[in-house]
Design a binder for this molecule. Structure first.
Ligand SMILES: O=C(O)C1=N[C@H](C(=O)O)C[C@H](O)C1
Length: 305
């Protein structure tokens, strides 16, 4: 088992971007990916996640995932920005996940984001054994992704805290949708176990309550403002954070009005950052109504013309 090539990301914190995967005519679009990386390498981000929900990871085969990782590593090297990169590697078959972790051990990534196994609704014990098997199969940092409304199962705090004892399980992307569960986890977690919110619409509340950071598809747009909001809250300036949030709060509503990442991709395409808003089935492009609403939010002059 190989260790990470750049171990700067032991405990992920701050604002992380779950990068979209650009497609053109059904293929991974390398030119758009390079443009995106060059753009976000200049942004106030603390890390990138490839192939997560927003990155349509479930639609990428292993060759595409590898190409995505390699192109990103090259583009980051060209930009001279050291930004930790995690890769979404989820699945509902523990054995397959373990094999994938072994096969990808030499890829230039700093950690992996692993969602709870979906659809099969295992017990808490099954979930613990699944993540323990993953932790045994890699030396890389693992960020657990707890999102019951997508996977059908909630990793409860008792199980989470047990997993937090493992040296390379470094935190959770928390989308449990239960403020009491998150508050209890923040209170009971061991030092060094990071809690990052992945709920765009609730980012202000989660960061106000003490989350260590956020992983937000919405931060593809207005990245500076999302970072400013987080930095103000982390500095104890709640009013300043609230002022930033007031300018941002409508964005997650717009970008999640239809299944993500079609709205984000549409917005990035309109901004000229990617060459096509293409998504892969079963995702579908945004409706004309939502497209017009996004234009009105992003390009007010243009849409009024
Ligand atoms: O890409 C992700 O992973 C994200 N997941 C959340 C989701 O699944 O809805 C939202 C977050 O903005 C990014």
């Amino acid at each position: 088992m190989e260790t990470s090539l750049d171990a700067t990301a032991e405990q992920p914190r701050g604002l992380w971007l779950p990068l979209i995967t650009p497609f053109r005519d059904g293929e991974l679009d390398a030119a758009s990916l390079r443009r995106l990386i060059a753009h976000y390498a200049r942004a106030p981000l603390d890390g990138l996640i490839l192939g997560a929900t927003t990155g349509e990871g479930l639609t990428l085969d292993e060759a595409e995932l590898e190409r995505l990782v390699m192109l990103t590593a090259d583009a980051l090297a060209a930009s001279d920005r050291k930004l930790p990169v995690y890769l979404g590697l989820s699945g509902s078959d523990t054995r397959k996940l373990v094999k994938t972790l072994a096969r990808t051990a030499h890829w230039p990534i700093d950690g992996v984001l692993i969602a709870c196994p979906y659809y099969t609704r295992p017990s808490q014990r099954g979930l613990v054994l699944h993540f323990e098997a993953a932790a045994d199969a890699t030396a890389r940092p693992i960020l657990i992704y707890n999102i019951p409304y997508r996977t059908g199962v909630n990793l409860q705090n008792e199980a989470m805290l047990r997993l937090a004892e493992r040296a390379n399980i470094v935190g959770v992307k928390d989308c449990c949708a239960d403020p009491a569960q998150t508050a209890e986890l923040l209170r009971l977690r061991p030092p060094g176990f990071a809690v990052l919110t992945g709920e765009d619409a609730l980012a202000f509340d989660a960061l106000s309550r003490g989350c260590d950071g956020a992983i937000l598809a919405s931060a593809h747009l207005e990245t500076e403002a999302f970072a400013a909001m987080m930095h103000r809250l982390q500095a104890g300036d709640r009013l300043g954070g609230a002022t930033e949030w007031q300018r941002l709060a409508d964005l997650p509503k717009l970008l999640f009005a239809e299944p993500s990442p079609a709205p984000v991709k549409y917005a990035l395409w309109r901004r000229g950052l990617i060459d096509s808003p293409e998504v892969r089935l079963p995702m579908t492009p945004v409706s004309p109504t939502l497209a017009a609403a996004i234009d009105a939010r992003m390009l007010p002059g243009l849409s009024a013309a």
